[in-house]
Write a protein that binds this ligand. Structure first.
Ligand code: PLP
Length: 456
């Protein structure tokens, strides 16, 4: 065992320390070699060291270097050193985070991390929370709590009696709602298409002046951090109108809520803490390993009512029983890595990381603008949208960047434009990474332009 784990540490260290020197996306040949890992399952056992060697020799080259400094696709983030180390130790511990009695240490870390998170983000200190796989499940869990609470007001117990014949719930979303929130609604029986959609402004912010009438049967889903532009819905105005009407406000704050740790970006989030629930991703901007997200609910009993296994399981226990707050029963102990990430950064380290990534997003925008390309959004946070000309040109530039390998950026559609999206959300990204990436992007874009203009 000791030899195996030491060999693993060696291989992992080699992978992580060399990540800045390799291409970001694997070559087609590297992914093709993965075939060698399949075939019929061997009839007999294999030495663990040999298993590890196969995994590293064939698997590592086929990975996407998302945890390196030059991956800017989607909104991803890497893994902080302390979080990675904690993840290994947590693997060795193999704790089941379902119940206190199964793992007091896992339960304790969740309590500590919840207290730190609400403090960092300025959320109500008495909130309850479930530690889930990501924002999709955080949205699902928090909206389940909203569903429970809203129906309870009408005397309806959705956990016992289901949704058939229940009083209707009105769900309001912005035009720029993330598709995963719609999926959460679909899984909750609230329907993707039954929503009332509020138009957004040019940056993708929900227009508070276009809100429909709200009432006690309404849940309003707002966004802190638009996945394309990074923009924030006007929480203060929406929450205050919702409060007057007795409506529930849920915040999809996947990455944007982390902006609250910096006095530079906190003003964008003004009023967000007046909502009723929040979904937060940790595998994105907090830079912990996959998978990790938190569903925070102001009045924890609603989350508990929605998530407790059944009345029979509600054996009174001292303190917080983790599994009463999540869709899962058995579950890995995500709190360990979250604790390690927060403990290693401290308040100032977290703030520095967020501010650095936002500054690097502005650097990207400045450099690309200076090279003559159009930046389509106001750079308010860590997201940059760039157009390289026609949709076809932009698509060719994106494909060129992805295959060239210096960095990785993806494509998106923004208000009728085909755009490249740059998300700066990795702890490892240095200014030099940004400059190197910009140089590669500009070179590829100029080659595409030249090719487009040359007579065929
Ligand atoms: C990423 C993201 C989600 C989905 O989060 P997962 O962790 O992938 O489930 C939801 N909403 C927003 C705004 C996001 O950026």
């Amino acid at each position: 065992m000791k030899k195996l784990l030491a060999a693993t540490a060696d291989r992992a260290a080699r992978y992580v320390t060399a990540i800045g020197d390799r291409r970001v996306a694997p070559l087609p040949d590297d992914t093709a070699r993965l075939e060698a890992l399949g075939g019929p399952l061997p009839s007999g056992p294999c030495d663990p060291e040999e298993v590890l060697a196969l995994l590293d020799d064939i698997g590592s080259p086929a990975t996407v270097a998302t945890t390196g400094g030059r991956y800017f696709g989607f909104v991803i983030g890497g893994t902080l050193p302390a979080a990675l180390a904690a993840n290994w130790l947590a693997g060795a511990w193999d704790q089941n985070a379902a119940m206190q009695v199964m793992s007091p240490v896992a339960a304790k870390f969740e309590e500590i991390v919840l207290a730190w998170t609400v403090d960092l983000l300025g959320l109500p200190s008495t909130s309850g929370a479930g530690f889930v796989t990501g924002t999709t499940m955080a949205n699902f869990s928090a909206l389940a709590a909203a569903r429970t609470a809203i129906l309870k007001r009408s005397g309806w117990n959705v956990e016992e009696d289901g949704l058939f014949e229940a009083p209707p719930i009105r769900v309001v979303v912005g035009e720029e709602v993330h598709i995963s929130l719609l999926k959460a609604l679909s899984m909750l029986g609230l329907g993707r298409s039954r929503v009332i959609t509020v138009p957004a402004d040019g940056q993708g912010r929900m227009r508070a002046d276009a809100l429909p009438e709200l009432n006690e049967q309404t849940v309003v889903c707002i966004q802190a951090g638009n996945v394309n532009t990074g923009a924030f819905d006007p929480a203060k105005e929406i929450c205050s109108r919702a409060r007057d009407a007795g409506a529930w406000v849920h915040v999809d704050g996947a990455f944007g809520l982390w902006g609250a740790v910096s006095p530079l970006y906190a003003p964008l989030l003004e009023g967000v803490n007046a909502a009723d629930s929040w979904a937060i991703d940790c595998h994105k901007w907090l830079n912990v390993p996959y998978d990790s997200g938190i569903a925070v609910v102001r009045e924890s009993e609603h989350l508990r009512n929605a998530m407790a296994l059944s009345a029979a399981y509600l054996i009174p226990s001292k303190g917080r029983e983790p599994w009463h707050y999540t869709p899962d029963a058995s579950r890995r102990a995500r709190g360990i890595e979250l604790w390690a990430a927060m403990r290693s950064l401290g308040r100032s380290g977290l703030r520095e990381m967020i501010e650095r990534n936002c500054r690097q997003a502005r650097l990207f925008a400045d450099r690309l603008r200076a090279a003559g390309f159009a930046v389509l959004n106001d750079i308010v946070l860590n997201q940059v949208l760039v157009s390289f000309g026609s949709p076809e040109e932009t698509r060719r530039v994106i494909a060129g960047i992805q295959s060239e390998g210096t960095c990785w950026c993806g494509g998106t559609q923004w208000h009728g434009h085909t755009a490249m999206r740059v998300s700066v959300s990795g702890w490892a990204t240095t200014d030099e990474d940004v400059e190197r990436s910009v140089a590669a992007i500009v070179k590829i874009a100029q080659a595409v332009k030249a090719d487009q203009q040359s007579p065929k």
